[in-house]
Design a protein around this ligand. Sequence first.
Ligand SMILES: NC(=O)c1ccc[n+]([C@@H]2O[C@H](COP(=O)([O-])OP(=O)(O)OC[C@H]3O[C@@H](n4cnc5c(N)ncnc54)[C@H](OP(=O)(O)O)[C@@H]3O)[C@@H](O)[C@H]2O)c1
Length: 309
Amino acid sequence: MSATELRTTTYRAAVVRTPGAPDAVEVVEVPLPEPGPGEARVRVAAASVNPVDLTTASGWFHERGLIDQPEHTGIGWDFAGTVAATGPDVDLAVGTRVAGLVTGFDRAVGTHAEYVLVPAVDLALVPDGLGLVEASTVPLNGLAAAQIVDLLGDAPAGGRLLVTGAAGAVGGYVTSLARDRGWHVTGLARTSDEEYVRGLGAEFTTAAEPGWDAVADCAGLQDEGLGLVRDGGRYVGVRPGGEPAAERGISVAAVSVQAEGARLAELLARTATGELPARVHAVVPLDRAADAYRSAGESGVRGRWVLTP
Ligand SMILES: NC(=O)c1ccc[n+]([C@@H]2O[C@H](COP(=O)([O-])OP(=O)(O)OC[C@H]3O[C@@H](n4cnc5c(N)ncnc54)[C@H](OP(=O)(O)O)[C@@H]3O)[C@@H](O)[C@H]2O)c1
């Protein structure tokens, strides 16, 4: 622990005090927590802004009674950084480069902050050769994609999978990872995304006809996405609790992403070799979090806005 660490009793965190307001995101000082058994405190070097963070800041979860925070709501799920302190039973040296995921939206602080306290088992080592900014774009969407591919399961012989939103973060990973389970993948994306999607090793379309063995609906097309699945096929969405109603013998599921440290390590290793994408749109300091939130939700943004505390 450095002298600076020893003196620190508070840290800066981006939070939402008044959800939905134009400047909903503000930076406040919060008390620095000490890691308990099995926990690590990570000095965040980079944290990406994802759609769920924009939804939190917009007040969508608050309006539905899903967030109950007396003072402010934390934002940010993804992070990469270095281990700053550990609790009992944690075998991680201070300074180790790690990345991880904090799930759930009903919390006072998130990863858009100078520090994050997490179970050490949820952390993955960031391989040499992969920058922390790039690594911070992997956990939420890489793990969600891997878990979507779990839900799709093994492809039937010659199984054809359509990935909607294939040029997005989740869709890009699903497009790459589904081959592991034998799927022949076609990505549905915008005209300007063709080169990127084909570069992931998939076929490409801007307008899919129905009849797919499975659809991974990473664009959240919902009923329209379900309508593209053949009778008796599989549909996997990204809105747990908001899945389209099953029809025509189609199995319907939706991912609810979970932290998985060991699996994240594999995804980071495959990102370090260039096999998986790590797209960064812009890198801005934490103090400009509100700017990043205003811009990240615009249609056509490819790659993540990343905050550096
Ligand atoms: N349940 C979970 O555990 C979980 C975990 C992670 C993410 N998610 C959700 O998954 C969704 C995707 O997240 P993400 O980070 O991948 O978002 P993203 O990076 O913004 O990707 C979404 C992509 O879908 C494209 N798209 C939307 N409508 C389309 C259409 N009709 N045709 C072709 N492309 C279309 C978008 O293109 P344009 O930008 O051009 O519109 C964009 O490229 C979000 O709703 C997110 O909240 C859920």
